[in-house]
Design a protein. Structure first.
Length: 122
């Protein structure tokens, strides 16, 4: 299991307003995600995304793992929780090929974090 930060996501109420805000604040560029919803954040280091309908959310940090199912099972064995991200486009093949797979988790004390299995380098 890797454990380094490999992806971040910012939840907002309105993705277009967030593009304007963060683009102006940090100079970020944006691309359209395969789902057509939200935005792909283009930075020089860690890839990220913006997703709508999640106003007031804290940013999500995702930690890299080699096998997301095994890592999620290990989270549960240690007393934590893991769940699929409930967005209808998440299992879209184009999204998986471009971004990998994700699970939201809570540790054994209830703190949120995410698991990220980056796309295959094939």
């Amino acid at each position: 299991m890797g454990g380094e930060v490999s992806f971040f996501s910012i939840g907002v109420g309105d993705a277009d307003k967030a593009r304007a805000f963060y683009g102006t604040l940090f100079g970020w560029g944006f691309a359209e995600p395969p789902s057509g919803e939200g935005a792909v954040i283009e930075t020089s280091n860690i890839p990220g995304g913006i997703h709508g309908d999640d106003a007031g959310a804290s940013p999500y940090l995702f930690f890299s793992v080699d096998d997301i199912e095994a890592a999620a099972a290990h989270v549960r064995e240690l007393g934590g929780q893991s769940e699929e991200i409930d967005v209808e486009h998440d299992e879209d093949e184009a999204s998986i090929a471009r971004f990998g797979r994700f699970k939201l988790c809570r540790d054994d004390q209830g703190s949120s974090f995410g698991l990220h299995q980056p796309p295959s380098a094939s």
